[in-house]
Write a protein that binds this ligand. Structure first.
Ligand code: FAD
Ligand code: SF4
Length: 883
């Protein structure tokens, strides 16, 4: 259902939870600069396009302003927050991005600069190894920059009397720095060429508005609130431009639609399309788990932003096994640095310095840009920009009240005067001047201005998953020279304005805050160099594109949005024209720069298949109830299958086990076990997987509750079967995966190579990664009598393998060894070794529970059985040692 002229916000209980999944030509994830461009260009070309945006829509006038509204204006569905700001904290950097229809354009400062032609560097060495390489050039992007500018209509700031703008221009002139008014995507006039004027109503765009006919836009009111969302609608943000045009062209825009899973249809490299799993948020009911839904498409366009697209790719790595090893690399904050000029003054010879008025809250957030060249274009060091960074008017109050000492002194002085008047009966009734004195002259806020620096820092940060959460490993250290130069220029500007140069407090903790995160799925010439090719198409996955900041192979240097939009324009042209060279500016890959070139279609197909005998379920059977926020990792709320497993898949449970929990005469015994280890994808030998995993810090753990529903039946059963519930957490498989169905067999009889008695404890767990790919975790502990007393090592060491597909346990009639027969290597997703840590074992001992008519005898029976089986294996050696 699409509402004409309005984005879709459908019923979260959803119609499409069963039956055949919806199928379209293209799914676009995210509505930032990459996603919005793709939505328009694909819809215009007649493709059926569904656009999924996790956030809400913000018509003019709906952006939060009051403290109460602002307090809830963050994105964290887990806590019932569905607002605009999505704030992150990582090692070495903080990050701020947006969540809403229009992505970062809703809160950005409107600057649309092109990337400097010479900053598209080629094989520029990165300290610590590797190099930064842009596989496309300025000339490749040029026509697409023009397309994006035509849509977003940026213009230089037109007013000539704005104090901060004039002050920046004067200081740059005095310091000999190159300054200009950069193009900003804000409407100042009612018609091209007309005189600018504030708060004048604007005519509707020819393509209408996603917000409907009643949404009125006006020219800029110079309120300085661009970073909070423009309530006047003067910003030419993506909802007012690309997305409105996309909707007019037929794109189906869906808000509060959060994509969670991706997997290729027809196998890796087939190019037959993609299955996308998503949830629809329900702000009215934030606590409830969300029903997963499925949509299928020929083309999948990721535009979820640097954090969003990387998170999706990292979480779905098991479903996308051919993804380049470079996934997560080349992260950069685009050299962002925030500092302040405080208390600017005008020094006149022989006179007391006067306050220099900068009025940081007057005018759009950014109006000027000073450019300092790079060694690539005549400078000395990495190039950068320094821009004025205005702020909303209410910040002036914070700045003033922040000087608590002065406020208290002023207020005390006025109160003292009023008391004196009262005591001496001064009979003064007008106290306006006293109140004005109490408020002060506001000189500090009037003479202060934030400065925002950005440029070519070193793109050596790494994005990864840690316990299922997004993590960034980035440090200032390699970019110290760059940041030193940016700070020096900022300090010079502060000095020229007669003010104090003040770092933002994070700087002293060696941290920065970035609003321009870049990289992680970098464009490269081949899969060894990047995740996507120079057109954004993912190596190994034809038809899947990354078109947002994640695909940038290094810092853009200038504000990056226009370059992201141009990159997306070029990607769409490629997609629509296939591999053929396009009429405008698209050179074949081989003509780019002489480097090794591989197109997506040449990427080696990875041979992966499901394990023989795997159960194939229908999409409806594989749907889950998911937590409202996937970013919480290990701490996420529990998730589970939406429907119970069909009866056929209970093979391997002991007779009567499935109904034992309702059998009043049976007593169950359960305990909870945690194991931790190292694991490697692609390895089929657990020992090798463990060693390699430890080298690369690839961890795996599980927490399982093992239940024998009827202890008597369990002890009597030769296979000693029980159930296993819980979760497996492995970042290589996208984080936490609930166990959909689990089997445990304790002390299955085996013999060691020297024909002595041995036992195996067997684990089989059905899992599913976020993309919906079914996986089976199989593992065994081998209890056998080797030299020395090794019962602790034996009973706490689990050799684990994960295979593709949901493989049921072998028929109980088959020899037990069928359980641990080596799997088909092509079906193996990885292997490793897990161990019980002593503390976890101590905790495990406290988790034994018996439920039923005879709990104590049941626990005793379990203990006797456990020790008895161990004695059968080790008793021989213990009695020999005693003798
Ligand atoms: C305060 C501030 C000021 C800025 N000023 C400027 C400026 O003046 N000029 C400039 O060039 N840049 C500026 N930027 C940066 C600019 O906003 C970003 O570089 C740009 O928006 C990145 O575009 P993108 O397409 O990569 O992703 P984004 O714009 O971040 O869009 C990603 C979208 O995807 C959605 N999403 C994420 N995950 C999912 C999911 N799983 N399912 C569905 N949807 C999802 C998000 O909600 C978001 O809407 C500023 C940023 C901030 C925060
Ligand atoms: S200054 Fe105010 S009106 Fe102008 S673009 Fe920014 S938020 Fe909108």
């Amino acid at each position: 259902m699409t509402l004409p002229g309005k984005y879709q916000q459908d019923d979260p209980s959803g119609p499409d939870s069963g039956g055949a999944p919806e199928t379209v030509d293209a799914v676009v994830v995210g509505t930032g600069f990459g996603g919005s461009v793709a939505a328009l260009r694909l819809a215009e070309a007649g493709k059926s396009v569904v656009v999924m945006e996790r956030g809400k829509a913000y018509p003019p006038g709906s952006f939060a302003r009051s403290p109460a509204e602002m307090g809830r204006n963050f994105w964290d569905p887990d806590r019932g927050l569905y607002g605009l700001f999505d704030a992150w904290t990582f090692r070495g950097t903080e990050g701020l991005v947006s969540s809403g229809l229009g992505g970062g354009s809703l809160i950005y400062a409107n600057v649309l600069l092109r990337k400097d032609p010479k900053w598209f560097v080629k094989e520029s060495p990165v300290p610590g190894g590797g190099y930064e390489n842009w596989p496309f050039s300025y000339e490749d992007l040029e026509p697409f920059y023009k397309d994006a500018e035509d849509m977003l209509q940026p213009v230089p700031y037109p007013y000539r009397d704005t104090p901060k703008t004039m002050a920046m221009e004067a200081s740059a002139a005095a310091l000999g720095l190159a300054i200009k008014r950069p193009p900003i995507a804000v409407t100042f006039t009612t018609a091209p060429g007309a005189e600018p004027g504030t708060n004048q109503p604007l005519a509707a765009a020819p393509y209408g508005s996603v917000h409907g006919e009643r949404a009125v836009r006006t020219t800029c009111t110079l309120c300085g609130e661009c970073d909070l969302g423009c309530n006047s609608g003067a910003k030419n943000s993506l909802d007012h431009t690309y997305l409105s045009a996309a909707q007019r062209a037929g794109a189906d825009l869906r808000t509060l639609h959060d994509v969670r899973g991706i997997r290729p249809l027809g196998g890796t490299g087939s190019g037959t399309g993609y299955e996308v799993r998503y949830v629809v948020h329900d702000p009215e009911n934030p606590e409830a788990p969300l029903l997963e839904r499925i949509i299928r498409c020929r083309h999948l366009i990721l535009g979820a932003g640097t954090f969003g697209s990387n998170f999706l790719l990292l979480r779905n790595r098991a479903s996308l096994p051919a993804l380049s090893e470079t996934l997560g690399s080349r992260f950069s904050g685009n050299g962002d640095l925030l500092t302040f000029v405080m208390g600017a003054k005008i020094h006149n010879e022989g006179k007391v310095p006067a306050t220099r008025t900068l009025s940081g809250s007057r005018g759009p957030v950014i109006t000027t840009a000073i450019r300092v060249p790079d060694t690539e274009d005549g400078g000395s060091g990495r190039g950068y920009y320094v821009e004025d960074a205005g702020y909303p008017a209410f910040m002036n109050w914070l700045i003033e009240t922040g000087q608590l000492g002065r406020v208290v002194r002023r207020t005390a002085r006025v109160a003292g005067q009023l008391l004196k008047d009262r005591l001496f009966e001064a009979r003064r009734s007008n106290i306006s001047a006293d109140l004005a004195a109490a408020l002060g002259d506001g000189s500090l806020s009037a003479s202060s201005l934030p400065l925002l620096g950005m440029g070519r820092d070193v793109p050596d940060g790494v994005l990864s998953l840690q316990d299922g959460r997004l993590a960034v490993d980035w440090t200032l250290a390699t970019s110290t020279g760059y940041f030193g130069r940016v700070r020096k220029t900022m300090a010079d500007i502060a000095g020229e304005l007669g003010g104090d140069f003040v770092d933002n407090p994070l700087w002293w903790a060696k941290r920065v805050i970035t609003v321009h995160p870049i990289g992680g799925a970098p464009a490269g010439r081949n899969p060894a160099e990047g995740v996507v090719d120079s057109y954004g198409e993912v190596f190994g996955y034809p038809g899947m594109f990354v078109v947002d900041g994640a695909a940038m192979p290094g810092p853009v240097g200038a504000n990056p949005s226009l370059t992201i939009a141009a990159f997306a324009e070029r990607a769409c042209r490629r997609l629509l024209e296939g591999a053929r060279p396009a009429a405008r500016g698209i050179a074949p890959e081989s003509q780019h720069d002489g480097g090794p070139v591989t197109s997506v279609r040449d990427a080696p197909a990875t041979s992966v298949r499901e394990a023989p005998g795997a159960v194939v379920d229908s999409p409806a059977e594989s749907l889950r109830l998911l937590a409202p926020d996937a970013t919480k990792g290990k701490a996420a709320k529990p998730e589970r299958p939406a429907a119970p497993k069909p009866a056929a898949t209970t093979r391997g449970l002991a007779p009567g086990m499935a109904k034992a929990d309702t059998d009043a005469s049976a007593t169950s015994v359960s305990f909870t076990e945690q194991m931790h280890g190292w694991f490697s994808p692609g390895q089929s030998d657990p020992a090798k997987g463990h060693a390699l995993g430890r080298d690369r810090d690839r961890r795996i753990m599980f927490e399982l509750t093992i239940t024998a529903p009827d202890i008597d039946a369990f002890v009597a059963d030769p296979l000693h079967r029980a159930t296993a519930e819980g979760y497996v957490l492995a970042d290589q498989f996208g984080g936490r995966m609930p166990v959909e169905q689990g089997w445990f067999k304790q002390f299955v009889t085996d013999t060691s190579p020297d024909a002595r008695p041995a036992r195996r404890m067997l684990y089989r767990l059905w899992l599913r990664d976020p993309g919906g790919t079914p996986l089976t975790f199989t593992g065994f502990k081998l209890i056998h009598n080797e030299a020395g007393l090794d019962s602790w090592a034996d009973t706490t060491t689990l050799y684990a393998t994960v295979v593709r597909g949901h493989v049921p346990p072998p028929d109980p009639g088959r020899p037990p060894a069928a359980e641990w027969a080596p799997p088909d290597p092509a079906a193996v997703a990885g292997s490793g070794i897990l161990r019980i840590r002593p503390l976890d074992f101590a905790r495990q001992l406290t988790t034994f529970r018996a439920v039923g008519p005879a709990p104590l005898p049941a626990l005793a029976s379990f203990g006797n059985f456990f020790l008895g089986e161990l004695w059968k294996v080790y008793g021989n050696r213990v009695s020999r040692i005693r003798r």
